[in-house]
Design a protein. Sequence first.
Length: 432
Amino acid sequence: MSSTTSRRGFLQAGFCGGIGLTLADFFRMRQAQADQKFYESKEGTAKNVIYIYLPGGSAHQETWDPKPFAPIEYRGPMNSIETNVSGTRINEMMPNTAKVADKIAICRSMTHGEAAHERGTHNMFTGYRPSPALQYPSMGSVVSHELGPRKNLPPYVCIPSQPNEYAGTGYLSSSFAPFSLGSDPAAGGFRVQDLALPGGIDDSRFSRRRNMLDKVNDHFVSKEKSDGLSALNTFYDRAYSLISSPAAREAFNIDAEAAALRDQYGRNTAGQRMLMARRLVEAGCRFVSLTYGGWDMHDNINGGIRSQLPAFDQAYAMLINDLEQRGMLKDTLVCIASEFGRTPKINGTAGRDHWPKVFSVVLAGGGIKRGITYGTSNSTASEPEDDPLTVEDWATTIYHCIGITADKELMAPGDRPIEIVDGGKVVKDLLA
């Protein structure tokens, strides 16, 4: 048996069991970052990103782009309301968001050609159309690769967990994968996986195990003189550092928030996930992705929207106001997206089907212009009328705000240089 295998067996015997090996794997990012010269990118106007994803394809007509003067079969069953931006109307179930419209940018001309959930989702997480030859990295993993950790916290976090395979690392090293909370902040007894010491292990026992592991590591490194073992020591060091750091653990402690503030966000999935996202970017995480709801409403869209949109409206408006009051909105880019929109006409089961030709996304903060509507759809919300916004241009603009040059080439397997985004341009009319 090799000394490396013996070392693994030693760890499995209990000296590291249950003390965050997932985190140790996570901290492999540092070596990969050093190898790939990630520090060529620098922070931009958006020092933090909160990416709110509405899985299933949210209907633009029943959210951001109502058509109050269209025939009923296009308009749908719901009404619209005025916002605090003159001439801009949104769905009637969004009264709180209507009051923060002067702080956000509603983009009503998003367009691509992928009507399948998986392909549309790939677009909106990576900035690329799917390819059978290559899996592209998500924006969060690119941010992790390019900018790395800050304040001893993971650069890329998913709430509550990685929502799909396209939110992962693609052709990049798994070192840049998101750290997932592992449970929902809205759940009773919420705890983040890997951050707490296992039952029966107090701080003194934790320190003894750490010291024993250090001795084992020193022994095998001295025997083998292996760069791989030295790197592994570093990964464990960072995992232990995160577990043992009160400040790092406290970033994930949503119970530390005032009860009144938690109530303002909403004691529900939307509210607590958005509050946790704010807490994490405030503590130092660079890119936090969260999902909310299920928006694939082929049937009874009126009931579906009335069920899901109020909690979103409360939480999102509170997030924008909370970031503003803390002086963080100027540095935090908040994105709302879905894989596509819904068909112009209401179908035979009172719902809408998949429609990628035009839909809406929303941006706020982090260098984005306030109180604007970018682009328009036509009178039936069936295609862009002005300023079509492609996935490539949208992603390039987000990267620009973050401080990453989107046409920079990263190395895929086989030493293939691949641009972070292929062919996109910065949409200057969206920038403050």
